[in-house]
Design a protein around this ligand. Sequence first.
Ligand code: USQ
Length: 394
Amino acid sequence: MHIVILGGDGYLGWPTAMYLSRKGHQVTVVDNYFRRESCRELDVAMLYDVPSLPERARIWHELTGLEIKVVLADLAQPENVRNLFSGDVSYDWAVNENFTGVPEAVVHYAEQPSAPYSLIDHNHANTTITNNLLVTNNLMFAVKDMAPDVHIVKLGTMGEYGTPNIDIEEGWIDISHKGREDKFLFPRQAGSIYHTSKIMDTDLLWFGVRMWDLKVTDLMQGPVYGVDTDESLLDPRLRTIFNYDEVFGTVVNRFIVQAVVGYPLTVYGKGGQTRGYLNIKDTLQCVHKALETPAEAGELRIFNQIMETLSVNQIADLIATVGKTRGHAVEVKQLENPRKEAEEHYYNPVYQGLLDLGVIPHYLTEKVVREMFEVVEKHKSTIRKAIIFKGIKW
Ligand code: USQ
């Protein structure tokens, strides 16, 4: 398959590109370096430097002989999206400069992914909403107008559902009302502007599916953790970007960094907040399985992309336990929660669909945490404590 990955420089985009390339697919990645530039703007360094996207593709080619074509472009500009389908595109890195052809599938990661970022102030909220919705809308229209058979695999988020006091179904719910029945999207109630933008994305694509018979898979993902994937083990320069700051770091990755530098683990509030988590390796498996079995024309297929549910306290305890065995004096501290979220709640999502497609889950075990500690410890000297917690308030 020829697969285009939008947001191919990101935490998930680049590992996905290598994974699909190694599976024998032709891969094109597109990115505008939003994440790298935002890190500079907010002065939140990553754990280690990563080469530019063309440089990563060059290293990948040197080591494997495989080609990942690179386009550096802002997908909020409609022509940059449409060029990916018309062939009017110039590559910033490629072995063969000729147009690969219209893709069979597009994986859409090209979004501002941070809840705290979206609540820094009204400008960052605007950036989140405009970027996320424009890219999704540009993609939807390009597919409708130029390549209606393309399978869109869009990364959604479990946070679209919030924490309702009923079981969370996989995307859809049957409702009986006054003696009549119908099927609807499961109710959405997001806890940040970022998560709200993801609800709007879903609504846009659901519209496109109903009006124009688009083929869409929505992967409702929980917080991801991890550093290495099988492909990055080839060479540390192929590692994904790794943030540990409050804005772009996710909780497991952050806590391991905090444990290594002796910064008390920042449990927000009571720590009973429960989410569905997954290893970065499972993101790659899930996207791959979804690509192998595309949605039908006129289908919005939704999977809950998580492998287990954990509370913040459970994560802190596990990381403290492993950290102590490695000689770190780990302290766990409950802070006043800067976010507005339920700290003790019911949480029971269904997540069967991707397992049925053959995804083999990894879990957050002591071994997995230990392997992450090993990587973080090597970069201990670069960790900046000042960026770990700033307290961006909801
Ligand atoms: N948390 C702490 N302490 C911290 C950081 C986080 O207690 O230092 C808590 C948060 O309050 C939250 C939970 O840990 O209850 C998860 O927070 P997170 O920062 O790891 O993840 P979140 O903001 O929910 O967002 C992340 C990704 C986002 C993705 C989402 C999936 O950044 O792109 O969509 O996970 S989900 O949470 O299921 O919506």
